[in-house]
Design a protein around this ligand. Structure first.
Ligand SMILES: [Zn+2]
Length: 313
């Protein structure tokens, strides 16, 4: 901004070049205020489609507001000019379905119950309507030029990267991570599914914890004194995550993917899973979103919403 003032005064075109280079290569993250978050939500909210509410994406803010891949049964939900158009799943969770696999295994490790990886995977796929709906992503940085096929599936997902770097912090064992990676590589190979490749740099300026029957798109251009600037938000969709966990807990127990100790029931599993989900979210937030403000967003049915400041990571 201060450089721009200089330009208008000096009319020095060399400065303009410098500014352009600066803006392209060193785009600064904007830490989003309540008012900026309000503006973003008003433009970027969309109603959750009941048919596809259990499909997931990652908390990552770099998703395009419309997925280019075929991987989405999520329909455009525009009903009037007040809602955004998208085919992006509203259920945002660290790592998407990769994170879900990691979560149930970590919960089993931490609470000391048995888990059958194959059955957990199969049942999760049944709940989301088939392997072709399995939610995971990578990013452009993780794809070596000309050797895209060689990159491990999901290797550009920040959450999955952190789990790989520090399994202990996420209550996971190496063998479990290898098991999940094998499933992911299989998914990538069998071509039933296009791996989503997120483009560009991380520019998340806040974490949004969302409740209600509305989703939020993560990218938004905000007007600043220095012109229009790209921003993003990390999103965690609490109510869709909770609803899907209830369904998953019931299905996993029914399919004997999880065996609890005598006397422990579905409620116990749900509580354990919820607690570990919070641990996983905060572990990754600490690593990737240090210092960002957290806002709790509660939607009414008609799309109206409240924002509550929850401090910083
Ligand atoms: Zn991710």
């Amino acid at each position: 901004m201060f450089i721009i003032i200089n330009v208008s005064v000096t009319k020095n075109y060399a400065w303009i070049t410098i500014i352009l280079i600066y803006n392209v290569f060193y785009m600064k993250k904007i830490i989003l205020s309540v008012e900026q978050v309000r503006e973003l939500i008003i433009k970027n909210r969309y109603r959750v489609d009941d048919m596809t509410k259990f499909l997931s994406r990652c908390i990552d803010g770099r998703y395009q507001n419309k997925l280019k891949t075929q991987n989405s049964k999520v329909k455009t939900t525009t009903q009037n000019s007040k809602t955004a158009e998208t085919n992006l799943p509203a259920l945002a969770f660290p790592g998407g379905d990769v994170g879900e696999m990691a979560l149930i295994m970590a919960t089993a490790n931490s609470y000391g119950f048995e888990v059958d990886g194959e059955k957990v995977y199969k049942t999760l796929n049944e709940v989301i309507g088939g392997e072709e709906n399995f939610g995971f992503h990578t990013d452009r940085h993780a794809m070596p030029a000309g050797r895209q096929g060689d990159a491990k599936a999901a290797s550009g997902c920040g959450h999955w990267k952190q789990i790989n770097l520090d399994p202990k912090a996420y209550s996971l064992e190496k063998a479990q991570i290898d098991f999940i990676q094998k499933k992911l590589n299989g998914l990538k190979k069998n071509k039933k599914i296009d791996e989503i490749i997120l483009e560009g740099e991380h520019l998340e300026g806040a974490i949004l914890l969302v409740r209600g029957n509305w989703g939020i798109l993560p990218r938004y251009k905000i007007e600043t004194d220095g012109g229009s600037q790209e921003t993003q938000v990390f999103i965690y969709h609490q109510s869709l995550v909770d609803e899907r966990h209830q369904t998953l807990c019931s299905a996993w127990l029914r399919q004997k993917a999880v065996k609890l100790y005598n006397g422990c029931d579905q409620d116990y599993l749900y509580e354990a899973l919820s607690e570990m989900a919070e641990n996983h979210l905060m572990e990754t937030a600490k690593r990737l979103a240090k210092g960002l403000p957290i806002y709790a967003i509660v939607f009414e049915d008609d799309g109206e919403f409240e924002i509550k400041e929850m401090g910083t990571v």
